[in-house]
Each structure stands twice: as C-alpha cells, then as structure tokens.
Design a protein around this ligand. Structure first.
Ligand SMILES: [Cu+2]
Length: 109
C-alpha cells in the first residue's frame, strides 16, 4: 500500500469511527401520538438506540405491537409508553385491538 493510499484508508476509518461514536453518544427521543384511532407519522430518521414514546390520546385502549414480535407496548386510554429501538430495518406495527391501525418504523444501524 502506498503512503497516499494508507493515508486515505486511515481517513476512511476515522470517519467511520466518528459516525459510530456520534450514533452511540446521542440517542434521540421521538414522540408518536395516537389520536382518533390513528398512529401519528413515525420519525423520518430513526437509529438503533433511539427512544420512541407512544402517546395514546384516545379514550380507547390501544397497543403498538410489532408484526415480528420485537415489541408490544400496551397503551391504556390517555397513557404513554416508552421503548428503545433495538434493531435496524423496517418493522411493521399495528394495534391488537384495532387491526386496521397500522404503521411502520424503519431504523438505521
Ligand atoms: Cu387500538
């Protein structure tokens, strides 16, 4: 490897490390409201380690339940529930009591 290539490779590695550190160091918290029997929009950018707070503003009990079983948040009327994103990739979710209520999270690593 020439000196030039080695320098370039080091810069790439340093950049990747900086990206990894910034992802780990700053988990974001997002709110998803449920109102009028509908899930609010999921966050446009989501990463593993981020926190989602589900707010049920309805007078009905709801759940935020992953189709792949990775989460199942029980949300009695006027309550909220918190969870941490543990894996990357798209996950469809729905409400166990009202299966027409659906949404999708898509976390990046
Ligand atoms: Cu529901």
């Amino acid at each position: 490897m020439s000196a030039m290539n080695r320098k370039h490779a080091l810069a790439v590695v340093a950049g990747l490390l900086a990206m990894m550190i910034s992802t780990v160091a700053k988990p974001a918290e997002y709110q998803i409201a449920i109102a009028n029997m509908k899930f609010g929009s999921p966050p446009a950018t989501l990463h593993v380690g981020d926190v989602i707070v589900w707010h049920n503003d309805d007078i009905f009990r709801h759940t935020a339940t992953a189709r792949d079983g990775s989460f199942d948040i029980d949300l009695p009327a006027k309550s909220q529930g918190k969870m941490t994103i543990e894996r990357a990739g798209p996950v469809k979710f729905y409400c166990r009591f009202h299966p027409t209520m659906t949404g999708e999270l898509n976390a990046q690593p």
